[in-house]
Design a binder for this molecule. Structure first.
Ligand code: F6P
Length: 357
């Protein structure tokens, strides 16, 4: 008999269900007896003992279903060691629930913050397997996270739709794409959607250079420009400010998001009116794309193999097309960011795409 616990934590994405299905199918086809306990709403369920004994039918028909059948929530890593409002020690509570159910291991699906808590639980002696989820593709140690390509498809569709209307009206448009700290999603969707300017958190933009890129297109007889901007893109001026001064500036100006600040800067400096589109959380919604269905199934099955071999304390990654176990302590707390020297950035620049730098 194997008893496993499973939870999905942090912002959701496509293919969470497909991944869980991969784990459970991989186990149940190899074991006569298996009990799967699903903790509800991420670490919250593990802390407060909110769980359900799941059956194989719970994992049937969910390959294509977006969201997560277990629910999810954000439980910041930095708050894990802080007792809750009733003085409950969250880490102790999670351990107690794990031991109470006599689990052989806990399978945790989540992004960077989730992974840090997974590693903390490993350090506390629990058997942990982590599976890399996020539309941001910013998890260190894996070439790809599930959710990324589904989100690229949605963000690209948004840029495609804007492209046709921008061209008809000779307008400048900004499409704001998710990604606070890391710009992979904006970079991929921007290139796939043929954006003319791509602004990323990792490459602070200079507003004069952005305007120059728009003017260049106008001089070439192209009446419209599409700008793909990451949620966390930042101007070079802001990047040079102290954290305190930047916070003060943002509090005074209160832009709904970076796209609005950028649009105002372009209008003030060049007189060009800019339209804004923010696809927002649609980028995390809907069915996983075929690539994500395959990736998440492979990662899930690889996790099942580790569990069958009693190998714990790993993230299951995909590296050079092969699934791979990566020790959690090697990757936890690291972020996979876009390097300004990345080949893709250089290629995009050769195409004529401006990064505002
Ligand atoms: O981490 C995934 C992500 O979608 C980011 O791209 C985005 O910045 C953030 O989550 C949004 O978080 P929330 O759902 O809490 O608004």
């Amino acid at each position: 008999m194997k008893r496993i616990g499973i939870l999905t934590s942090g912002g959701d994405c496509q293919a969470l269900n497909a991944t869980m299905r991969g784990v459970v199918k991989g186990l149940s086809s190899n074991l006569d007896e298996l009990e799967v306990y699903g903790f509800m709403n991420g670490y919250k369920g593990l802390i407060y003992g909110d769980y359900r004994l799941l059956t194989s039918s719970d994992f049937s028909g969910i390959l294509t279903k977006g969201g997560t059948i277990l629910g999810s929530s954000r439980q910041p890593f930095k708050m894990m060691r802080v007792p809750d409002e009733n003085g409950l020690d969250k880490v102790e509570a999670m351990k107690q629930n794990y031991y109470k159910l006599r689990l052989d291991c806990l399978v945790i699906l989540g992004g960077n913050g989730t992974q840090k808590t997974a590693n903390l639980l490993r350090e506390e002696g629990l058997n942990i397997i982590h599976l890399p989820k996020t539309i941001d593709n910013d998890i260190w140690g894996t070439d790809m996270t599930f959710g990324f390509y589904s989100a690229v498809n949605i963000a690209t569709d948004a840029i495609d739709c804007i492209h046709t209307t921008a061209a008809s009206h000779n307008r400048v448009f900004i499409v704001e794409i998710m990604g606070h700290k890391v710009g992979w999603l904006t970079l991929y969707a921007g290139i796939a959607g043929g954006a003319d300017i791509i602004l990323l958190p990792e490459i602070p933009y200079n507003i004069d250079k952005v305007i120059k890129a728009i003017d260049k297109r106008t001089r070439q007889g192209k009446g419209f420009t599409v700008i793909a901007v990451a949620e966390g893109a930042i101007s070079d001026e802001d990047a040079a400010m102290s954290k305190k001064d930047l916070k003060k500036k943002l509090e005074e100006k209160k832009y709904p998001s970076v796209a609005y600040e950028l649009a105002e800067q372009i209008l003030d400096k060049s007189g060009t009116e800019v339209r804004i589109t923010v696809p927002g959380h649609t980028q995390r919604g809907g069915s996983p794309c075929p690539y994500d269905r395959v990736l998440s199934t492979r990662l899930g099955v690889a996790a099942a193999e580790l569990i069958l071999e009693k190998e714990y304390g790993y993230m299951v990654a995909i590296v050079n097309g092969e699934t791979k176990k990566v020790p959690l302590e090697e990757v936890s707390g690291k972020l996979k960011m876009v390097s300004p020297d990345d080949q893709l950035i250089q290629e995009a620049k050769l195409l004529g795409i401006s990064f505002g730098d």
